[in-house]
Design a protein around this ligand. Structure first.
Ligand SMILES: Cc1cc2nc3c(=O)[nH]c(=O)nc-3n(C[C@H](O)[C@H](O)[C@H](O)COP(=O)(O)OP(=O)(O)OC[C@H]3O[C@@H](n4cnc5c(N)ncnc54)[C@H](O)[C@@H]3O)c2cc1C
Ligand code: HEM
Length: 396
C-alpha cells in the first residue's frame, strides 16, 4: 500500500468542502436506503461527522498500530447507531464512489484497490471490536431523567438513572441521545463518580442556537429518556501516581473535574490519603457559579481542597475577576502539579497557553475541550470498571 497516495487523494477530495458529504450521503441513501434511518432526520447544514472522519482515518492506515485502540473504540461505539457488520460494505462503496468522483482523472484502478484494502482493514478492526463488546455490554444504556434542577437561565443539572450500571471512570464522557431530539447524539460528561444506585449527574449548559442543549435545559421533564453510549475519553482520567492537582474549569467544563473530586474525596474518606487539589471555576457572572454552595462546603470541610470562583464579566464581583486561565496561572507555582483543564475550546486554549507561560511543562497539562463534532480520546478497552462504589454527594 502507498500511504502517501491515500493521503493525497483524500486531501484532493476534502478540499471540495460540503460537496463531499453531499455526494457521499446521496450515494449511500440511493444505493442503500436502509441506512437512511440511522442518520439525523435533517442532514441540512449538519456538521458532518462520518465523512469528515472517514477519509482521514482510513488514509491513516499506515499508523494502524498507533491508532488501533481508537478504531476499536469507534467500532464499539458505533453499536449505538445500530450499525451491523453488513453495513460496512455499503459505506465502503460510497466512500470509493466519492473519491472517484472528486479525484477525476487521477483516480486509477490501482488507487481504488488501495482504498478498498485500507477501508477493509479499518472496517475489520471496527466490526471485530463491536462483536467482542456485544458479548459483555449493551449497544447503549437507557436512562430516565429522575431529577432536574435548573440553576440559572441556561444551566440544568440532571439526575439520570440507567437501566444497567453504567461502567465509566470519573473524567470520561458519553455520547447521549435525548428522546425529544432523536438521532442527534452529543457528548456529555458524568459529573459524579459511579454510584451504587446507577444514577449519573449531567451538567448541561445552553449553547446559543443549540438543538440538544436548549431542549435538555428548557424542556426536559421527569420521566423523559436518554440513550447513553459507551464511555469515552482518557485525557482527564486520574493516573495512580498520587500527584497533586491543579484543576481549571470553564462553565460546565466543571463536570468531569467534579466527578474526579468525588472520586478523590471517597479515597480520602476511606484511607485519609491526601492529594492537594486547587480548583478554579471560571464563569461570566456570579450567577453562573452553579456549584458554588457544594464546592464551598467541600473546601470548608477538606484540608486538601481549595476552591476559587473566578468571574470574567461582572465588575461588582468581590472575588477573583478575569479570565480563569490567567487567574489560575498567576495564583501559585504549579510546576510540580498535574494540571487538568476543561471547558470551551477558547477557554482551554487560553488556559493551556497561560499555564505554559507560567512555567508549567506541557506534558503536565491535560485537557478536554467541549468542541462540537470531535471524538474525545478513546478509552482503553479495559479501562472502565462497573459502578457500585457507593456514596452519594460528599457525605462522610
Ligand atoms: C467530550 C465532550 C464532553 C462534553 N460534555 C459536556 C457537558 O458535560 N456539558 C455540556 O453542557 N456540554 C458538554 N459538551 C458539549 C456538548 O456536546 C454540545 O456540543 C453542546 O451541548 C451543544 O450541543 P447543541 O446540540 O445544543 O448545539 P448544536 O445544535 O450542535 O450547535 C449549535 C451551534 O453552537 C455551536 N456549538 C456547539 N457546541 C458548542 C460548544 N461546546 N462550544 C461552543 N459552540 C458550540 C455549533 O458549532 C453551532 O454553531 C461536551 C462536548 C464534548 C466533545
Ligand atoms: C471505517 C468505517 C467507519 C468509520 C471510520 C466511521 C467513523 C465515524 C466517526 C468518527 C463518527 C463520528 C462519531 C461521533 O461523533 O461520536 C461517525 C458517525 C457515524 N457513523 Fe460511522 N464510521 C464508519 C462506518 C460506519 C458505517 C458502516 C455506518 C452505517 C451506515 C456508520 C454510521 C454512522 C452514523 C449513523 C454516525 C452518526 C452521524 C451523525 O450523527 O451525523 N459509520 N462515524
Amino acid at each position: 500500500m502507498d500511504p502517501q497516495a491515500l493521503k493525497d487523494s483524500w486531501a484532493n477530495t476534502a478540499r471540495h468542502g460540503d460537496e463531499v458529504p453531499l455526494f457521499f450521503y446521496s450515494h449511500l441513501f440511493l444505493t442503500h436506503p436502509e441506512t437512511r434511518g440511522m442518520f439525523p432526520m435533517s442532514m441540512a447544514g449538519q456538521r458532518d461527522k462520518l465523512v469528515a472522519a472517514l477519509g482521514r482515518i482510513v488514509s491513516d492506515v499506515d499508523r494502524l498500530d498507533e491508532v488501533l485502540p481508537f478504531i476499536q473504540q469507534l467500532g464499539r461505539d458505533h453499536r449505538r447507531f445500530a450499525v451491523l457488520a453488513e453495513h460496512y460494505p455499503a459505506v465502503g462503496e460510497s466512500l470509493l464512489a466519492t473519491l472517484a468522483h472528486f479525484n477525476g482523472a487521477q483516480w486509477t484502478e490501482a488507487l481504488a484497490g488501495q482504498w478498498a484494502e485500507a477501508y477493509g482493514l479499518v472496517a475489520q478492526v471496527m466490526t471485530e471490536a463491536a462483536e467482542q463488546a456485544a458479548q459483555h455490554s449493551p449497544p447503549w444504556w437507557n436512562g430516565e431523567i429522575i431529577g432536574i434542577e435548573r440553576r440559572g437561565l441556561d444551566i440544568a443539572v440532571l439526575q439520570v438513572r440507567t437501566d444497567h450500571p453504567y461502567p465509566y471512570q470519573p473524567g470520561q464522557s458519553a455520547a447521549v441521545e435525548f428522546s425529544r431530539r432523536p438521532r442527534l447524539w452529543r457528548y456529555l460528561t458524568p459529573a459524579n463518580a459511579p454510584r451504587a444506585d446507577h444514577t449519573i449527574e449531567l451538567h448541561v449548559k445552553i449553547v446559543d442556537g443549540g438543538q440538544v442543549s436548549t431542549a435538555l435545559v428548557q424542556s426536559a421533564a421527569l420521566g423523559d429518556t436518554l440513550r447513553i453510549g459507551a464511555p469515552v475519553g482518557t485525557a482527564l482520567v486520574l493516573p495512580d501516581d498520587g500527584a497533586d492537582l491543579l484543576m481549571v474549569a470553564g462553565a460546565t467544563g466543571l463536570a468531569p473535574l467534579r466527578a474526579l473530586l468525588e472520586q478523590l474525596d471517597r479515597q480520602w474518606q476511606a484511607d485519609r490519603t491526601e492529594r492537594r487539589v486547587d480548583l478554579f471555576h471560571g464563569v461570566r457572572t456570579a450567577f453562573d457559579l452553579y456549584e458554588h454552595q457544594l464546592l464551598g462546603e467541600l473546601a470548608a470541610a477538606r484540608p486538601w481542597f481549595r476552591y476559587v470562583p473566578v468571574v470574567s464579566h461582572d465588575a461588582s464581583f468581590s472575588g477573583q475577576r478575569g479570565l480563569v486561565g490567567d487567574v489560575a496561572a498567576g495564583a501559585g507555582r504549579w510546576a510540580d502539579r498535574l494540571c487538568l483543564v476543561c471547558g470551551s475550546p477558547d477557554m482551554v486554549r487560553h488556559t493551556v497557553s497561560a499555564l505554559g507561560s507560567a512555567g508549567v511543562p506541557a506534558e503536565q497539562v491535560r485537557y478536554d475541550e467541549f468542541t462540537p463534532g470531535t471524538e474525545p480520546t478513546p478509552a482503553p478497552a479495559a479501562a472502565a470498571t462497573p459502578g457500585g462504589i457507593g456514596g452519594g454527594r460528599w457525605g462522610q
